[in-house]
Design a protein around this ligand. Structure first.
Ligand code: ADP
Ligand code: ADP
Length: 225
């Protein structure tokens, strides 16, 4: 699903964010990406979403080399990737339903199709009865789940999460990770960037570790972090 081959990224300011990074996330797999602040996690995710381009090396998504894509093709690749942010980035003046429907409106589905898909996605995250609430009426964990529903409403083959539990307590964080596992069992490949090693240790998934821009190799959670 994701393949990095000898990928390096140097920012114009001079920072060498990634150096010769190679790794592979198979189709249907779920894995963690970890490392200290500044290790390069966000940069790695931004190379997948094409917000940044590699300085060297090759990035492939779903078998396609995206390192040399023309700009016109970028939206097509992005459509295949659901993204979850730490701060969920919901529109506060829109209902839960409207927030989740946004990616479908962009693609141009009919109203009936949108209603069906939004209800399915809200069902996955356990918020079927909150469709007409505004984000402010929901708890922090529920707001994060709305963000997750929005990310998966298109049924993307790949889901990326950047510190998705950063603002949540340990119990809610665990609930969110279980939810990712549920989505993974629907066939969605999942990559979760987090520095919460305690959380990772409680789950059995491959963990890719970055240290100062280099990949330390992968391990099963809890083995040698
Ligand atoms: P992490 O997500 O693990 O905290 P980042 O990928 O954000 O790491 O950062 C890796 C390194 O690249 C850091 O030294 C950071 O300061 C630098 N960096 C990140 N984004 C930029 C940018 N847009 N311009 C210049 N340097 C950057
Ligand atoms: P995240 O929460 O994803 O880790 P960051 O704080 O790393 O976000 O980065 C937020 C924004 O600031 C990004 O657009 C990133 O490119 C930019 N940025 C991060 N580090 C630097 C840096 N050292 N110099 C310039 N821009 C940076």
């Amino acid at each position: 699903m994701i393949r990095f081959e000898q990928v390096s990224k140097a920012y114009s300011g001079g920072a060498q964010a990634l150096q010769n990074v190679s790794f592979h996330l198979g189709k249907g797999e779920m894995a963690f990406l970890t490392g200290h602040s500044g290790a390069g996690k966000s940069t790695l995710l931004r190379l997948i979403t094409l917000q940044e381009r590699p300085s060297a090396g090759k990035v492939s998504i779903n078998g396609h080399d995206i390192s040399r894509l023309r700009s016109a093709q970028i939206p097509l690749v992005r459509r295949d990737i659901g993204i979850i942010f730490q701060d969920h980035r919901l529109l506060m003046d829109k209902t839960v339903f409207e927030n989740v429907a946004l990616p479908l409106i962009v693609v141009g589905f009919t109203a009936g199709e949108i209603r069906k898909r939004v209800q399915t996605a809200l069902g996955w995250v356990g918020l079927s009865d909150k469709a007409h609430c505004y984000p402010i009426q929901l708890s922090g964990g529920e707001q994060q789940r709305v963000g997750i529903a929005r990310a998966v409403v298109n049924k993307p083959p790949l889901l990326l999460a950047d510190e998705p539990t950063g603002n949540l307590d340990p119990k809610l964080s665990m609930d969110i990770l279980r939810l990712f596992e549920d989505l993974n069992s629907l066939g969605i490949s999942v990559l979760v960037a987090t520095h919460d090693l305690g959380l990772i240790a409680r789950m059995r998934h491959h963990t890719f570790t970055l240290k100062q821009g280099r990949m330390l190799g992968d391990s099963l959670a809890g083995d040698d972090l």
